[in-house]
Design a protein around this ligand. Structure first.
Ligand code: GTP
Ligand code: MG
Length: 95
């Protein structure tokens, strides 16, 4: 997941120091917070389900990444203005 995001960022032709806004959306336990912590070179051994959301600024590959990590638990999504489906399982709607 992290390598995929980094390869997308690497392919972008931006000016040095350019800011990118990234929103991480996905089902609970998908690994969104783990990915964000890895990008920020933080410890990933004690991660708990995200209640609400995290916002973090990370410098990576010459970009300033402003990353929004939205909690994927149903109870969190019901409080947040996010709508969508699990692309791999149409029988499991997020809402
Ligand atoms: N094996 C494996 N486990 C992972 C990977 N990424 C995350 N995990 C584990 O999956 C669990 C959930 O990871 P989180 O990063 O909390 O997932 P999340 O998408 O932020 O979940 P919510 O906050 O509930 O939306 C944790 O126990 C992680 O250690 C991965 O690439 N491989
Ligand atoms: Mg999380």
């Amino acid at each position: 997941m992290g390598e995929g995001l980094l390869s997308v960022i690497q392919r972008l032709r931006g000016s040095p120091g350019q800011e990118l806004r990234i929103v991480l959306l996905g089902l609970d336990n998908a690994g969104k917070t783990t990915l964000l912590k890895r990008l920020a070179s933080e410890e990933v051994t004690t991660i708990t389900p995200t209640q609400g959301f995290n916002i973090k600024s990370v410098h990576s590959h010459g970009f300033k990444l402003n990353v929004w990590d939205i909690g994927g638990q149903r109870s969190v999504l019901l409080r947040e203005p996010v709508r969508g489906l699990d692309a791999e399982d149409e029988k499991r709607p997020l809402l």
